[in-house]
Design a protein around this ligand. Sequence first.
Ligand SMILES: [Zn+2]
Length: 133
Amino acid sequence: MAIARFWRENQSRYNMQGRKCGSCEAVYFPPRDLCPKCRRESIGKMEKLKLSGKGKVISYSIVHDGLPEFHMQVPYTMAIIELEEGPRITGQIVDTNPDDIKIGTEVEAVFRKLGQEGECGIIHYGYKFRPKE
Ligand SMILES: [Zn+2]
């Protein structure tokens, strides 16, 4: 089943599960099996870490061109979020006006439909961010 495979492959993404290096405490998301700083030191020391999904906007841009494959409403805001645990990830900001996003805005992850392939195709879910209340 294509959908079951999709769900398995997206477990770490869906749960926002990262890895923490037991040697230098750096946190990675998406998860890595080896810490690029410690390399051999980190072998066997990468621990699973569930991320809070909370962070702040460190950079953003307002996108006016829609990606047809994602059926997105334009304009929308894409931001680089620095998570509480340290990793920086890119995500779409939802539930707000693009004008309300600033550098430093605190956000939290929410799970939303990312897009749909074709008329009755597979629906992709993933994390997006919204301003923290
Ligand atoms: Zn390390």
